[in-house]
Design a protein around this ligand. Structure first.
Ligand code: GH3
Ligand code: MG
Ligand code: MG
Length: 301
């Protein structure tokens, strides 16, 4: 089977990896699309220039400038051996890109080395592993729908607050929120619109929380806020601000602004509390708000 030069050019351009050729003077003679993508330099900008011309400026992890002191292409042309290395190349925009580089000699029909080819590939897997760890950490503590802290995070935070109450006597309180008649809301507008409203409520809660308070989604249409360093009076005032802000939030829809209200129970932590006993009290107070007509806050007497 016969392939012409255009076929090979197209083949090389379709590779995801960067590929370039240099002649025996280390002048770049070919530069594929992958090389353009990884480096930011177009073929027109680099072909005809020397690879040591301060374009790619490969450095190793010690910051050693390989183009001047240890060019893998130069060494490969000298001894005819293939080489692989991990280096950082220069992107046109100025930043460093980690790449895995393979250099191989190019020989003519008589076996004489007339140049070299370098293939380079994005080597940022380590950075993406790091990213993955961060993503997993976030996922472990983040509620995916609302982006708020999840139940596990809230439980840990409550445990921490209780320890601080024991050790330093710092008072704190817990608000338990439940959206009113949310089943009816879903039935009327659909589950997706329901989800959008839960997001809206979450945003409002996050926006009106003080920087040292924690708000999170307990589950379903239930939310919890931990109010740090506050006595009963202050906790009630903060709870009512949340209630009012949620009541005043509206999702724009064809039918007009869609609103929901919440019933809140506000409990103050006492030294004998556990996470469970504190939440149970806040939950019971929330139910009292439901019985009293919803869209209200109930605290302890
Ligand atoms: P009330 O609390 O005022 O007594 O009435 P309610 O209808 O809100 O109470 P109930 O606990 O009976 O129902 C809660 C509803 O919340 C049921 C469920 O369809 C809805 N819900 C729970 N989680 C989600 C969610 O993630 N998305 C949506 N769209 N709806 C949810
Ligand atoms: Mg509920
Ligand atoms: Mg409800």
């Amino acid at each position: 089977m016969w392939y012409d030069e255009a076929f090979f050019r197209q083949l090389l351009d379709n590779l995801y990896d960067g590929v370039y050729f240099v002649d025996h003077n280390r002048v770049i003679t070919y530069w594929n699309k992958g090389a353009e993508r990884l480096s930011g330099f177009t073929a027109a900008e680099v072909i005809g220039r020397g690879c040591r011309d301060n374009i790619l400026v490969h450095v190793d992890t010690q910051g050693c400038q390989l183009c001047l002191e240890g060019c893998p292409l130069g060494s490969t042309m000298a001894d005819g051996k293939e080489r692989q290395s991990e280096v950082f190349m220069n992107h046109k925009a100025g930043h460093r890109v980690p790449v895995k580089v393979s250099a191989s000699p190019i020989r003519n029909a008589d076996g004489v080395i007339i140049g070299a080819v370098e293939i380079f590939r994005d080597n940022s897997t380590r950075t993406s592993d790091q990213q993955l760890i961060e993503d997993l950490q976030n996922m472990a503590f983040l509620d995916p729908l609302t982006g708020l802290a999840n139940r596990r995070f809230l439980q840990n935070a409550l445990q921490r607050q209780l320890e601080e109450l024991h050790r330093y006597g710092w008072p704190f309180g817990v608000l338990f929120f439940d959206v009113d008649h949310f089943k009816l809301f879903n039935d009327e507008h659909g589950h997706e619109v329901g989800d959008a409203v839960l997001k809206m409520v979450s945003k409002t809660m996050a926006n009106c929380s003080r920087s040292f308070d924690t708000v999170g989604r307990w589950g379903g249409e239930e939310f919890v806020a931990i109010i740090a360093n506050a006595d009963q009076k202050k906790i009630l005032r903060i709870a009512d601000r949340y209630r009012l802000m949620i009541e005043q939030s509206g999702l724009v829809a064809d039918e007009g602004l869609l609103r929901v209200t919440v019933s809140i129970g506000a409990a103050c932590a006492v030294p004998t509390d556990t996470v469970e006993s504190l939440l149970e009290r806040a939950d019971a107070l929330m139910y009292q708000s439901k019985r009293d007509g919803r869209n209200r806050v109930t605290g302890e007497l």
